[in-house]
Ligand binder design. Structure first.
Ligand code: NAP
Length: 186
């Protein structure tokens, strides 16, 4: 697994270990987050890593920054996106600058377990992403762990290990932990 340009959005919290791993195995990595102190830990990894302070709810600023990243470092061949569902426009903008029609990039969309609720239909955002010619859409769903009657949310380590595995396996849909039976959800 070696990417020419990995873009990670929302990877400086619970996904920090996975983001570190991607920095080490990518020629270039661009990281987007808000907190300067969190971003600075990644900058020290070397000159192949660029960490940009952008609030992804400011769509105009995000778009400007993404265009500038693409002009400078080329289209990402890998995007990892943990963006709260309150900002679907941000997800669309990130997907739009990933890959190209000739050479689609991998787009790993990290989502919470809520999207696996029985009977739930795909969101308009998911449907749009799947139809984009420039991305190969991948889903990473964060489930839960533990035994029946004793279930719990995943640790940060479990989440990062799961994401790395999902990228390595290039799974269309990868569930970290489990989401069934739904009644076990903590
Ligand atoms: N299934 C599960 O087990 C599961 C699933 C989801 C969450 N969780 C738990 O819930 C906790 C809280 O979740 P969380 O989403 O806060 O996770 P988080 O990964 O700790 O933080 C969110 C990430 O998104 C970035 N971010 C958030 N809002 C942003 C914005 N407007 N613009 C740019 N970047 C932004 C944050 O950067 P900044 O800090 O710089 O803003 C950070 O990198 C996690 O620590 C985890 O333990 C568990």
């Amino acid at each position: 697994m070696r990417f020419r340009h990995a873009l990670v959005v929302g990877g400086t919290g619970m996904l920090s270990a996975a983001t570190m791993h991607l920095c080490r195995c990518s020629h270039r990595t661009t990281i987007i987050g808000r907190s300067e102190s969190r971003l600075s830990r990644f900058r020290s990894l070397g000159e192949g890593v660029e960490a940009k302070q952008v609030d992804y709810t400011d769509i105009a600023r995000l778009e400007e920054e993404l265009n500038s990243i693409r002009a400078r470092a080329g289209a990402p061949d890998l995007a990892v996106c943990w963006v709260h569902s309150t900002a679907p426009q941000a997800i669309d903008r990130i997907a739009e600058i990933t890959g190209s029609n000739e050479k689609p990039g991998r787009f790993f969309h990290v989502q919470g377990s809520a999207i696996e609720e029985p009977g739930r239909r795909p969101s308009p955002s998911e449907t749009r992403l799947r139809a984009l010619p420039n991305v190969i859409y991948r889903q990473v769903i964060l489930g839960f762990a533990g035994d029946h009657g004793n279930s719990r949310w995943l640790s940060h380590e479990e989440i990062s290990v799961g994401l790395i595995e999902a990228v390595q396996l290039d799974s269309v849909k990868f569930i970290v932990g489990r989401v069934r039976p739904w009644s076990d959800r903590p």
